[in-house]
Ligand binder design. Structure first.
Ligand code: HEM
Length: 487
């Protein structure tokens, strides 16, 4: 048979198969736009602003609808009511993690971010306990954040009040904080080992959000056809894991079970306690993957929030002045800010919440999956169906008067009747593990910066455009320069 005929036959079979697969589950799934064979609804989605596309579709199909990413149906939850009904009221059933074929090669079901079932539950519970203040022996997490805030300010002082792009320095602080939590000690910002760790995580974050990787996650078959395209990503993962294994071995030789120094020590102690358990959750492999997840989830998110936050403070000098007045009144110029100050700083507290709400850092959260066939509203969603949560639809709900405007007043309203709507860390059983930590970082980092510096823009604040330049998996602020003028 002629090659062209074979190709046409194969393609027709594929088309029929995809049509059959799509229609077979359709009666049970929520409504949505008609998918094309193989491509699904991908052409109706703007990959640069998925959140906006979902918003438009919700106007036609309602708060719960189905879109096809390739041949994969994805159920979208849009608006507070739908998100609450699913992630909170049916928390267990909606607590699965959607598939990430690209990461399956590296995580192999371990860690927290991409794991499911027993490994996820146990590792998540253990990490939450350990990350709590005083979870790691004598040195509290707050101590570590304060130490890093102090170093951050010293680094900013070196810019001598000249215009600078703050991306690198604001990237160092959150990454170093995770280093301090995981490996006991922080690094100097010029330390080659630290710079390498940061480079590899940054590179991987960039690769993961590239359009090509999104395509690979939608059409996993491409990963087998173009394995080379993942080389850099996989190599970085291997190098990072080797470093974590090496650190784990060093920790083993000096471990004191009565005095854990950091996350690795705590994990090793648990490993020893659980070594006779048949279901091996506490293994060196799981430790390495969990550490990778804490870095991946906890560095770029916080540094982008800080960078975006400073841009908003530049654009709104009246807000910055009010914070500085509050700092002067409550803390003064010489004492280091601490978390207790928060109770006396309602304005700063409101600004921090408003930054996180307004920037809407992870507009569609991280995909979930249902853990069993589930009846939801009048639909039947089959087990392992991917669930996408529009956090934008909640954070920018009209419950916040003028939701598109940056206004700390949103969080100074005494009635606080929108507090349930504040979910930048998602909600339910998969809610961000770091949840308390990002708050502490934003509060202590930003308060310490504003205690020591005036912020000066290189252009008229009125001309600053704070619209995100990328609004895909994460919301990324535009490039800007800033001067840190010592007070
Ligand atoms: C401003 C900073 C941060 C934001 C906006 C943020 C937001 C999020 C969001 C939206 C999720 C997805 C939740 C879901 O699947 O429903 C998540 C998950 C997660 N975050 Fe964060 N995060 C931040 C910082 C951190 C930090 C500092 C850490 C670690 C120390 C961290 C660790 C994690 C982990 C491990 C998960 C996976 C949870 C799971 O699958 O059970 N995050 N985060």
């Amino acid at each position: 048979m002629d090659l062209a005929v074979v190709l046409v036959l194969c393609l027709s079979c594929l088309l029929l198969l995809s049509l059959w697969k799509q229609s077979s589950g359709k009666g049970k799934l929520p409504p949505g736009p008609t998918p094309l064979p193989i491509l699904g609804n991908i052409l109706q989605l703007d990959v640069k602003n998925i959140s906006k596309s979902l918003n438009n579709l919700s106007k036609v199909y309602g708060p719960v609808f189905t879109v096809y990413f390739g041949m994969k149906p994805v159920v979208v939850l849009h608006g507070y009511k739908a998100v609450k009904e699913a992630l909170i009221d049916l928390g267990e059933e909606f607590s699965g993690r959607g598939r990430f074929p690209v990461n399956e090669k590296t995580r192999k079901g371990h860690g927290i971010l991409f794991s499911n079932g027993k490994i996820w539950k146990e590792t998540r519970r253990f990490s939450l306990m350990t990350l709590r203040d005083f979870g790691m022996g004598k040195r509290s997490i707050e101590d570590r954040v304060q130490e890093e805030a102090h170093c951050l300010v010293e680094e900013l002082r070196k810019t001598n009040g000249l215009p600078c792009d703050p991306t690198f320095i604001l990237g160092c602080a959150p990454c170093n904080l995770i280093c301090s939590i995981i490996f006991q000690n922080r690094f100097e910002y010029k330390d080659q080992v630290f710079l390498n760790i940061m480079k590899m995580f940054n590179e991987n974050a960039r690769i993961l959000s590239s359009p090509w990787l999104q395509v690979c996650n939608t059409f996993p078959v491409l990963i087998d056809y173009f394995p080379g395209s993942l080389d850099k990503y996989l190599k970085n993962c291997d190098n990072l894991k080797s470093y974590i294994f090496e650190k784990t071995r060093e920790h083993q030789t000096s471990l004191d079970i009565n005095n854990p120094r950091d996350f690795i020590d705590c994990f090793l102690i648990k490993m020893e306690q659980e070594k006779h358990n048949q279901e091996l959750v506490y293994t060196a492999e799981n430790l390495a993957n969990t550490v990778m997840d804490l870095f991946a989830a906890g560095t770029e998110t916080t540094s982008t929030t800080l960078r975006y936050g400073l841009l908003l403070l530049l654009k709104h000098p009246e807000v910055t002045a009010k914070i500085q007045e509050e700092i002067d009144r409550v803390i003064g110029r010489h004492r280091s800010p601490c978390m207790q100050d928060r109770n006396h700083m309602p304005y700063m507290d409101a600004v921090i919440h408003e930054i996180q709400r307004y920037i809407n850092l992870v507009p569609t959260s991280i995909p979930h999956a249902v853990t069993q066939d589930i009846k939801f509203r009048n639909y039947l969603i089959p087990k392992v169906t991917t669930i996408l949560t529009s956090l934008t639809s909640v954070l920018h709900d009209v419950k916040f008067s003028n939701p598109k405007v940056f206004d700390p007043g949103h969080f100074l309203d005494e009635s606080g009747n929108f507090s349930d709507y504040f979910m930048p860390f998602s909600t339910g059983k998969r809610i961000c593990v770091g949840e308390g930590l990002p708050y502490m970082e934003r509060f202590l980092f930003l308060t310490t910066i504003l205690q020591k510096f005036y912020l000066k823009s290189v252009i008229d604040p009125k001309d600053i455009d704070a619209t995100p330049v990328v609004n895909g998996f994460a919301s990324v602020p535009p490039f800007y320069e800033i001067c840190f003028i010592p007070i």
